[in-house]
Design a binder for this molecule. Structure first.
Ligand code: ADP
Length: 444
């Protein structure tokens, strides 16, 4: 058993990982930046080490400093959480070189799945349907026009290294192509350092449905059903639920089985998620694979009773999965909403100091929270400060609990997106399960 784990992250996910470590009797070491001196993750860890200035480059992305602390503390393993270094193949490789177990898949897989063109090709080869499009880098705007005409407009131009909803642009006609090509290329270069792009069919009003996978080092691979994450703003998820109320049992099983086959084919290990877009006829297409724990993992934990972080740690230690596919149950319905420190009208981040924080506790209510009642939310990091997860015996009960909890959620001193979440979860379309990726645009 690991004795000490360094958590190379902050906020709610650092605290979430800590909770499982505590249950497993593992000590936790965290790192913190200048801006996070008084953070909740620092207060809750067994040991916390200052790592550098508030900018992520000086702190949470500072690999050398992280390894220095890992060495001083003699940790067994490093959990990267999500974001930050979690999908950085170089970091995973260096962990191995320095003798720390990286809690995640192999560096080669991280690197392959981080390149959307490569991931598309590998998935296609593994028999997974992909969104119609090309699987090689575009060489010129002229080529983009030729390919777009073959596929048919609208198409989506995508940066191969894109993420977080950045680096993609819808192109509805040939006239728009030159401008879109140039601006997307520029954006990709400035955000990710690479300008490589490809294009695929733009699906109108699809659903975003993803399959949670777990794979041990012996090749045993299972799926923990699906999550529907269609409700998004600027291609970023805000409401996630499990199960999806859109797909039938047959589609659900097919998606799961194909995801498992693909994971086996590419030699995937640890927790991972294969994301799909699903059209109105329930055809599903591979979108991308995330090689880390997802923000929305709690909804899966709620319906399966499986602690995904625990499985990540145990798989990394070389344990065999303790269940077979048949033993993975599913009960009830869970919904998560992401709470952001942002202006509900402009959606601009709203940094500041929290003056009051009071969370309603009730049956079927779970909070994953990264702040305390006097925390200062800075502009240096992602403005997501908490997640509210509710579970009910069915979707209707889950929604009732969600609405009630959001209504009595008290947070003062900063602005949050709670008013927007309330609008979403009380909207008739949401109640009807009419949740496509265009929900916010179509209804709010
Ligand atoms: P990122 O890696 O930036 O998160 P993804 O490829 O996972 O990007 O896509 C994020 C979201 O963007 C999807 O959930 C969906 O809403 C939208 N999207 C991406 N590709 C397409 C497409 N081909 N057609 C329609 N919507 C898309």
């Amino acid at each position: 058993m690991f004795e000490k784990i360094l958590i190379a992250n902050r906020g709610e996910i650092a605290i979430r990982i800590m909770r499982t470590c505590e249950n497993l009797g593992i000590s936790t070491i965290v790192i913190y930046s200048e801006a996070d001196k008084d953070s909740l993750h620092v207060k809750l860890a067994d040991k916390a080490y200052f790592i550098g200035g508030p900018r992520v480059a000086d702190s949470y992305l500072n690999m050398e400093k992280i390894f220095e602390i890992a060495q001083i503390c003699d940790v067994d393993a490093i959990h990267p959480g999500y974001g930050l270094l979690s999908e950085n193949a170089e970091f995973a490789r260096k962990c191995e070189e320095k003798g720390f177990v990286f809690i995640g898949p192999s560096p080669n897989i991280i690197s392959a799945m981080g390149d959307k063109i490569k991931a598309r090709s590998m998935m296609k080869k593994a028999g997974v349907p992909v969104v119609p499009g090309i699987s090689h880098p575009l060489l010129s705007v002229e080529e983009a026009i030729i390919e777009a005409e073959k596929i048919g407009y609208p198409i989506m131009l995508k940066a191969s290294s894109g993420g977080g909803g950045i680096g993609m642009q819808v192109v509805r006609s040939r006239n728009e192509m030159h401008k879109a090509y140039e601006s997307n290329q520029k954006r990709a270069k400035s955000f990710f350092g690479h300008s490589e792009m490809y294009l695929e069919k733009y699906l109108e009003n699809p659903r975003h449905i993803e399959i949670q996978l777990l794979a041990d080092q012996e090749g045993n691979t299972v799926f923990l059903w699906e999550r529907e994450c269609s409700i998004q703003r600027r291609h970023q998820k805000i409401v996630e639920e499990a199960p999806s109320s859109f797909i039938d049992e047959q589609t659900r099983l097919r998606m799961g089985e194909i995801a498992v086959l693909a994971a086996k084919e590419i030699g995937y290990t640890n927790a991972g998620t294969i994301e799909f877009l699903v059209d109105q006829d329930k055809n599903f297409y591979f979108l991308e694979m995330n090689t880390r724990i997802q923000v929305e993992h709690p909804v899966t934990e709620e319906i399966t009773g499986i602690d995904i972080v625990e499985q990540q740690i145990k798989i990394a230690q070389g344990h065999t999965l303790p269940f077979t596919q048949k033993q993975i149950n599913r009960s009830g319905h869970a919904i998560e909403v992401r709470i952001y420190a942002e202006d509900p009208k402009t959606h601009f981040p709203s940094p500041g100091t929290i003056t009051k924080l009071s969370l309603p506790h009730d049956d079927g209510v779970r909070h994953e929270i990264g702040v305390h009642s006097k925390s200062t939310v800075t502009h240096f990091y992602d403005p997501m400060i908490a997640k509210l997860i509710v579970k009910g015996k069915n979707r209707q009960q889950a929604i009732e609990r969600l609405v009630k909890t959001l209504d009595s959620y008290e947070i003062e001193g900063i602005k949050t997106n709670i008013p927007m979440l309330q609008k979403i979860v009380t909207h008739q379309a949401f109640l009807n399960g009419d949740t496509t990726t265009e929900f916010v645009k179509n209804y709010l």
